[in-house]
Design a protein around this ligand. Sequence first.
Ligand code: HEC
Length: 195
Amino acid sequence: MNRKTILAAAVAAALGAGAATALAHTGATGVVKERMEAMKAMGDSMKELTAIMRGQQDYDAGRVRALATRIGVHGGEAMTELFPEGSLDHPSEALPTIWSNWERFSDLAIRLDDYASALAAAADNQRPAGGAMQGQGMMQGQSMMQGQGMMSGGMMGTGQGPTPEMLAQMPPDAVFLHLADTCSACHQDFRKKQN
Ligand code: HEC
């Protein structure tokens, strides 16, 4: 493995995304390239937020707000306009179900924007006792439970997450998990399986 490959694998591991991801840009053009770059930028912000929430990096509300805002700008219409119908040119990992299930797809894009704003709003809120969340296990466990709750609680399978107003009152750690769930929920349904 050369340096670049090792780095790609490390980034992919941190994100829980497939190891192929960081190399997949090769040959991408036009709107596919644009959205891959936008996703990649969000991935980088999420990676730093993850380090902050785990206590691997000092908690700094201003930094959390900046990272959340940076994610938010890629949500909503900024995201949906990068998915014109049928744009599946190689090496896109997007699934055609995006356009047969456009309502859910665009809901998730809007939710991403809403939850990123909620995280920015919650950045100064009190954090849970003990501060940082401990370890990946807990994060994933909690994240999965919330994901299931959202799915089973949701109507029409769309899932009704908490409102941004509710989130803005929560500890930033909790809001972060909901944001991460939104990334996963969309990838789960609309992106080719990674591995
Ligand atoms: C509304 C749906 C949706 C949301 C929300 C979403 N993604 Fe994605 N993401 C996709 C799709 C679809 C692709 C595949 C795009 C392609 O290859 O054409 C993708 C691809 C990616 C990739 C791979 C990019 C590459 O280089 O190939 C990364 C990294 C990523 N997303 C990170 C994130 C992060 C982090 C979040 C949350 C902060 C997020 N995404 C939220 C739909 C979404």
